[in-house]
Ligand binder design. Structure first.
Ligand code: GLA
Length: 388
């Protein structure tokens, strides 16, 4: 049984692109353990595109590039496993990967076996160079079967960028997470558009099969492989991580975790935010605003000025998470009444709030609690219903 809650880990692409190596993976594995990422739940260490030679070997198998991985891939997997982590790799459903390396179209079963032989626990499966004549759903189902045929438990991370409404069929074909969007960039517009494009679909994301809105960019500050536009600020990173947490999206770190600054490290290691993301029920939050609640379809693209967003998420054991987001350019109060979320003033109940970022206890609030939030920033609370 894998992916009962959203998968967590690290992926090489956002920061390193093709600049990957045995040494980088070992150093990252060391950092995941020594700096507390593994113990916080970040479990999968995933090598993305550009790890192989440009051609298969005489037997038709994929070959790790000896210049980047001189000891072979099994040795890398063994090292990752020796650190108590799980090992992930990358291939693609098309003829070539996005960066032009051989990929698994018509080689699904031999490649799945190669990965299993190396000790791979996670396969990200991309969608570049997919033949026009081929059927997307069938090919993802084929790789899913090929992984199962190995007998090894391998998490299937299907990355088809949202083609053919993946939320409606990826669960059925045995996938644990499906990329629903194009590639994230390390800027505010990119990650907020990605998140909001999926609000109507998150109700179909949940335990064992999660909507994947791409690797995080926390800690990149405009460096690396997906740096376009105005690089994210600390506020942007708080907002990004809090949104991913609230929506129970997979938490795949994309920064260089060997060298994260303290702010970003504490952010992605925040126990409360991780707990919100990893809540066993993995429910999607609902949006509350302007005297009504929305349970799927978002209001915000119908109203360009509507930059204050509020979400409430039911969690296990009577707990809630409440998020107040200010996606605007000026500080301001972000508001909703608890009545609009389903807890009326006249009920005699309010919410007892704890600041998820700081742990500060704010007591019981009745009717509303409207924090002032800096631009691009957020406030997130853990809440319990309490008598007032
Ligand atoms: C696609 C994927 C990215 C990354 C690259 C690698 O663009 O969406 O996440 O895997 O390919 O080339």
């Amino acid at each position: 049984m894998i992916a009962q809650t959203a998968p967590m880990g690290w992926n090489s692409w956002n920061t390193f692109g093709e600049n990957i190596s045995d040494q980088l993976i070992r150093e990252t594995a060391d950092a995941m353990v020594e700096q507390g990422y593994r113990d916080a739940g970040y479990e999968y260490l995933v090598i993305d595109d550009c790890w192989s030679l440009r051609e298969r070997d005489a037997e038709g198998k994929l070959v790790a590039d000896p210049a980047k991985f001189p000891h072979g891939m099994k040795a890398v997997a063994d090292y990752v496993h020796s650190k108590g982590l799980k090992f992930g790799m990358y291939s693609c459903a098309g003829i070539r990967t996005c960066a032009g390396y051989p990929s698994s179209y018509d080689h699904e079963f031999v490649d799945a076996q190669t990965f299993a032989d190396w000790g791979v626990d996670f396969l990200k499966y991309d969608f570049c160079n997919f033949p026009d004549s081929a059927d997307c759903k069938t090919r993802y189902a084929t790789m899913s079967m090929a992984l199962k045929a190995t007998g090894r438990e391998i998490l299937f991370s299907a990355c088809n960028w949202g083609r053919e409404d993946p939320w409606s069929w990826m669960r059925s074909i045995g996938v644990q997470m499906y990329r629903s969007t194009g590639d994230i960039q390390d800027n505010f517009i990119s990650f907020t558009s990605i998140l909001r494009s999926q609000i109507p679909n998150f109700c179909m994301s949940g335990n064992f099969c999660f909507n994947d809105i791409d690797m995080l960019t926390v800690g990149m500050y405009g460096r690396g492989n997906v740096a376009f536009g105005n690089a994210c600020t600390d506020s942007d990173y708080r907002t990004q991580f809090a949104l991913w947490a609230l929506f129970s999206a997979p938490l795949m770190l994309g920064g260089d975790i060997r060298n994260m600054n303290d702010f970003c490290k504490q952010l992605v290691l925040n126990r409360n935010l991780i707990r919100i993301n990893q809540d066993i029920e993995s429910r999607n939050p609902y949006q509350v605003f302007d005297g009504k609640a929305q349970y799927g379809a978002p209001d915000w693209w119908n109203n360009a000025d509507h930059t204050a967003l509020t979400f409430i998420k039911h969690m296990s054991d009577g707990e809630f998470a409440i998020g107040y987001f200010n996606l605007g350019e000026k500080a301001g109060e972000v508001s909703f009444t608890f009545a609009d979320a389903g807890l009326p003033y006249g009920s005699g109940y309010g919410f007892e709030l704890t600041d998820a970022f700081t742990g500060e206890k704010l007591g019981v609030k009745r009717d509303y609690f409207n924090p002032v939030v800096p631009p691009h920033d957020c406030a997130v609370y853990l809440a319990r219903i309490a008598r007032v």
